[in-house]
Write a new protein. Structure first.
Length: 168
């Protein structure tokens, strides 16, 4: 989100605040506000020796709750400071462990094993269709009956594959 620079005199006094005011407003500590400044939080007056920072609290709120900026900050840990990046990776590791414990994610090797088993079962069943059809349909001359029996065989194979194991 791009904010237009506003002159401090154009902002009502009730909307102006310093670092402590911003921290109190958002329920954070002063160091968090300083980190936000480093990330580009808008200000009216840049703080210097003897000169406090002055912020438009409305502009800060709009900046702080900008969903696009928030998404990019949390999705790209490389854009964070080293400490924030470490915290991000630790949090991601903890979230993954929790999701695994809840059964919300499955380890890749388990998925691979299940997939290989399913494909092998499908291959075996499909390879067996030819000889089975030849035996069952050898004496049938009517096309409708052949089609009906083929559909029944296909449904049986699909049920078996859906069950995940041969003969299920």
């Amino acid at each position: 989100m791009s904010l237009v620079r506003i002159k401090p005199t154009e902002v009502p006094e009730c909307r102006r605040g310093n670092i402590a005011d911003v921290a109190a407003w958002f329920g954070v500590v002063n160091t968090t506000v300083r980190a936000w400044i480093a990330k580009g939080m808008p200000y009216l007056v840049r703080g210097e020796r003897g000169q406090p920072w002055v912020f438009d609290l409305l502009a800060v709120a709009l900046w702080r709750y900008d969903i696009d900026r928030e998404a990019s900050d949390t999705n790209d840990p490389e854009s964070l400071s080293p400490k924030e990046r470490l915290d991000w990776y630790r949090g991601a590791r903890e979230r993954l462990a929790l999701e695994r414990d809840r059964g919300e994610v499955i380890p890749a090797d388990e998925v691979e094993t299940a997939w290989v088993t399913l494909v092998a079962t499908a291959k075996g069943r499909l390879m067996a269709v030819g000889p089975r059809v030849a035996q069952e349909l050898a004496d049938i001359g009517e096309a409708r009956e052949i089609e009906r029996r083929l559909k029944a065989i296909h449904k049986e194979i699909l049920r078996e594959l859906a069950g995940g194991s041969p003969g299920a």
